[in-house]
Design a protein around this ligand. Structure first.
Ligand SMILES: [Cu+2]
Length: 195
């Protein structure tokens, strides 16, 4: 009786152990499979995300490259305009310096047709205003077919009659502004600045 019971218990325990081991194994396998699947899923997800990110980055980079190019192009244009402006400014300054500075010898033409051209204005004497240094000489060359004079309004100088094709000069020793005209054709007016 005792032996039978013991045997029964032993068999039961053995059976229970076998079933338990089997169930544990099965559960373990399931768990493993599940875990593997999840890992696979995660890997795929990561890959997709990386791919998406790479695409995003590429688009962003392309956009930035284009932006940089546009900016560079714009800057280049700006620089070109600025340079052109500065060149022009320098040229103007040079021109101004050339005409503005007083020379020791200046030549003025009594222009063609001024004997009858009453509206010759600042083109009767060419140029109509000149700058000469103190002690400098102004020479009037008559390129017209009529005779003219260069006569100071204040009578400080007078070339008297300068015939067609002839020239006359005056030396200026005192600084000042000297307006002058032609006594034959009073619409002919000029100015000598002695500096
Ligand atoms: Cu004249």
């Amino acid at each position: 009786m005792n032996t039978k019971l013991l045997a029964s218990i032993a068999v039961f325990v053995l059976l229970a152990a076998v079933v338990s081991i089997s169930m544990t194994d099965s559960a373990f396998a399931d768990e493993k499979k599940k875990s593997e699947m999840m890992a696979k899923k995660d890997t795929k997800k990561t890959e997709m995300k990386e791919k998406k990110d790479a695409k995003k980055t590429a688009v962003k980079e392309k956009k930035e490259t284009k932006k940089t190019e546009m900016k560079e192009k714009k800057d280049a244009k700006k620089t070109a305009v600025k340079e052109k402006k500065e060149t022009k400014k320098a040229e103007m300054k040079e021109k101004k310096a050339a005409t503005g500075s007083a020379a020791s010898e200046v030549s003025v033409e009594m222009a063609k047709g001024t004997a009858s051209k009453q509206d010759c204005a600042d083109q009767c004497y060419m140029p109509s205003t000149v700058n000469v240094s103190v002690g400098g000489k102004v020479t009037w060359k008559n390129v017209d077919s009529a005779a003219h004079t260069a006569t100071a309004t204040d009578s400080s100088f007078d070339t008297s009659l300068v015939n067609a094709g002839a020239s006359a000069s005056n030396t200026f020793n005192t600084a000042g502004t000297y307006p002058y005209m032609c006594i034959l054709h009073p619409w002919m007016k000029g100015t000598i600045n002695v500096q």
